[in-house]
Design a protein around this ligand. Structure first.
Ligand code: CP
Length: 311
């Protein structure tokens, strides 16, 4: 694997290899990730053209735990504001001996453009990791979600998983669906209003629901999504109160799921919009463990891309 751009098309073996590698980092030191020298002498450049709290920070921590040098570019103050293109920016950073770019961009496909450019230049030793492109893909979030599900539920092949909310604008939903179906989850459901569900879900092997009680019935895992208003561009937004009434996860609605169901959310959460505080703060919520697992999962991705680790 030279770049991680999407989970679509990755084999079950590769997904399991990444999860097992992440687990090996966690189990080295009683679930506290220890610093290892796998990326010593390498430089990782975080270039985020969109805001981030979890992804950017955990990539930085992960790279430091691998002993890499980490450069966080502040794109707000970079020379892109003077008209420099994405590819010219990358070429200049590559001239500073970057070994890996972790990139987030509001345009779907931006990391592909970077990877293609590197391939054309024959720079096979520079790696691109997609940290979220538009509404297309968020592969490391998908991987840390799979890690979390495996941690709590052990076996993918016995599960019902529901993804709830604004699937249309969600890169996380798309990456999760690709990973869940590849890993053999027999029943992947999405629940949301017609206006927030993309076409083509059934072709992806997903069951579609518009009603929370029916869609949540007996599920083992509930993945909640935020209303991604930043990607709605003038579309008619549902009122938050109306949305919460129908699709906000409350304890009453969660009672339709299996008794031991876990509740996940990629973050940031909007309390009282897609999730009630009584659920977000409950013992069924594993939202913060997801964030913690993200460190080991991102370490695994960077180690595997740079050829430094075989689980
Ligand atoms: N889950 C996620 O991508 O969060 P951030 O936008 O804070 O990185």
């Amino acid at each position: 694997l030279q770049h991680l751009l999407t989970l679509e098309g990755l084999s079950r073996e590769m997904l399991m290899h990444i999860l097992n590698t992440a687990e090996s980092f966690l189990s080295l030191n009683n679930h506290d990730v220890k610093k290892v020298p796998l990326l010593r002498g390498k430089s990782v450049f975080n270039i985020f053209f969109e805001n981030s709290t979890r992804t950017r920070t955990t990539f930085e921590i992960a790279a430091k735990r691998l002993s890499a040098d980490v450069v966080n570019l502040d794109m707000q103050t970079s020379s892109t504001s003077k008209g420099e293109t994405l590819l010219d920016t990358m070429d200049n950073l590559a001239a500073m001996h970057a070994d890996m770019f972790v990139v987030r961009h509001n345009q779907s496909g931006a990391p592909y453009l970077m990877a293609e450019h590197l391939n054309k230049l024959g720079k096979k030793d520079i790696h691109i990791v997609n940290a979220g492109d538009g509404r297309h893909a968020h592969p490391t979030q998908g991987l840390l979600d799979m890690y979390t599900i495996r941690h709590y539920k052990k076996d993918f092949t016995q599960l019902r998983v529901a993804i709830v909310g604004d699937v249309l604008h969600s890169r996380v939903a798309r990456s999760d669906i690709h990973a869940l179906t590849t890993l053999g989850v027999p029943e992947v459901r999405v629940i949301g209003p017609q206006t927030l569900l993309p076409s083509g879900l059934r072709e992806m092997g997903v069951h579609v629901y518009h009603d929370m009680a029916a869609g949540l019935k007996d599920v083992d895992v509930v993945i909640m999504l935020r209303l991604q208003k930043e990607r709605m561009h003038g579309a008619l937004l549902p009122s938050e109160a109306e949305y919460f009434k129908h699709y906000g996860l409350t304890l009453d609605k969660l009672a339709h799921a299996a008794q031991d169901a876990i509740v996940m959310h990629p973050g940031p959460i909007n309390r009282g919009v897609e999730i009630a505080s009584e659920v977000a703060d409950s013992s069924q919520a594993v939202i913060l463990p997801q964030v913690s697992f993200g460190i080991a999962v991102r370490m695994a991705v960077m180690a595997i891309l740079s050829g430094g680790h075989a689980a």
